[in-house]
Design a protein around this ligand. Structure first.
Ligand code: GCO
Ligand code: MN
Ligand code: MN
Length: 385
């Protein structure tokens, strides 16, 4: 099985390597090593593999062990034609990070988090990664008595500014991608939604290096429209990476197979990415059901990619549909005269606009056949058109 390499379908070591542990139960699958995971991803036709530092190298490994593991992994990648476009740091598992990493109340823990990230950036660079993801694993609180939320932003900014300079000084050429998540694993997470990072970026020393890595499940956990968050990132040229999965609204972090819970949202997401020619990696940050064995894990991985490809075909079908195009022309009412006036403020334009005969009662009569348009969309999604 193989998928178009241009779509850059990637999986984290932690995704297909997920052993089925949850807060209530022990693993249901044997742990695969890094080479076995490369073999699995090669089998299903993925383009690449991403990692946290400690998905590959144990946190307490000595240098010879680290180097041996990295060598094995590189061979596993090569044997399976995989690349490693993205790397990240585990700043959440170890007890030292129980109250955050870059936002910890302890200056030494903050320094350790930066040190650990520098080492993980070295590792990612060695594997060829050009995108570095920052997910704020434990950056948050259970009670606002425990941490100053203004200080937290300042601490986070300081760490990122430091690490941008580190990347530049090492000539790694990284682009940083921030990943928001609203309320897990901390009671209240800082930078809860993608828009929070889009607002932070212009205040950094190197905004040009920084963008976002939005994840479907994270915005859906917050009850938000993911497509709109991605659209904001795209419009600001800040969509550096994306985590695709699925999630029922209002539930725990489910990390379902892409498109399996909300196919309509998935359709509009794929359409957006394709219409705007997103060309970064499409990472599936999801995992198979706890009931699956590794044969079924492969079905999960193929399912993520296949659903994307199918939705992409459907998006093309939507764009080519004559009736849909006709409806779009009906609902988008253009007017050269007024558009010229509102395009840019001038006192002259303002005066003309104030004098323009815009009859609200007449304007409200323009037809908006949205039921028809949405039904046609549904028929395309359901395969009836
Ligand atoms: C989660 C996050 C993570 C991050 C990963 C890379 O919900 O746990 O999505 O899987 O994506 O840590 O930054
Ligand atoms: Mn997630
Ligand atoms: Mn993620």
């Amino acid at each position: 099985m193989s998928f178009d390499k241009k779509l850059k379908f990637t999986f984290g070591l932690w995704t297909v390597g997920n052993v089925g542990r949850d807060p209530f139960g022990e693993p249901t699958r044997e742990k695969l090593d890094h080479v076995q995971i490369c073999d699995l991803l090669g089998d299903v036709g993925a383009y690449g593999v991403n990692l946290h530092d400690n998905d590959l190298v144990p946190i307490d490994a000595d240098t010879p062990t680290r180097d041996r593991i990295v060598k094995e992994f590189r061979k596993g990648m090569k044997d399976n034609g995989l690349v490693c476009p993205m790397a990240t740091t585990n700043l959440f598992s170890d007890a030292v990070f129980k109250d955050g990493a870059f936002t910890s109340n302890n200056a030494k823990i903050r320094a350790y988090a930066i040190q650990k990230t520098m080492r993980a950036m070295d590792l990612g660079a060695e594997l060829g990664a050009k995108i570095y993801v920052f997910w704020g694993g434990r950056e948050g609180v259970e009670s606002d008595a425990t941490k100053n939320p203004v200080e937290a932003i300042k601490r986070f900014r300081e760490a990122i500014n430091f690490l941008c300079e580190y990347s530049i000084s090492q000539r790694y050429g990284y682009k940083f991608a921030f990943e928001a998540k609203p309320n897990e694993p901390r009671g209240h997470m800082y930078f809860a939604v993608t828009g929070s990072y889009l607002a932070l970026i212009p205040s950094l020393d190197h905004p040009e290096m920084c963008g976002v890595n939005p994840e479907v499940a994270h915005e859906h956990m917050a009850g938000l429209n993911f497509v709109h968050q991605v659209a904001a990132a795209l419009e600001m040229k800040k969509l550096f990476h994306i985590d695709l999965n699925d999630q029922e609204f209002g539930r725990y972090d489910q990390d379902f197979r892409f498109g399996s819970a909300n196919p309509k949202h998935a359709f509009f997401l794929v359409k957006l990415l394709e219409d705007y020619k997103y060309d970064g990696p499409r990472q599936f940050d999801a995992h198979a059901y706890r009931q699956s064995n590794y044969e079924d894990v492969k079905e999960f991985a193929k399912g993520c990619m296949r659903t994307y490809v199918l939705l992409r075909e459907k998006a093309q079908r939507w764009n080519d549909d004559k009736e849909i195009q006709q409806l779009l022309r009906t609902i988008n009412v253009e007017d050269q005269m007024v558009s010229k006036l509102t395009k840019k403020f001038s006192t002259g334009n303002a005066k003309k606009l104030l004098e323009s005969p815009l009859d609200r009662v007449e304007l409200a009569k323009a037809p908006l056949p949205y039921e028809r348009l949405d039904q046609l969309t549904m028929e395309i999604i359901m395969g009836a058109r």
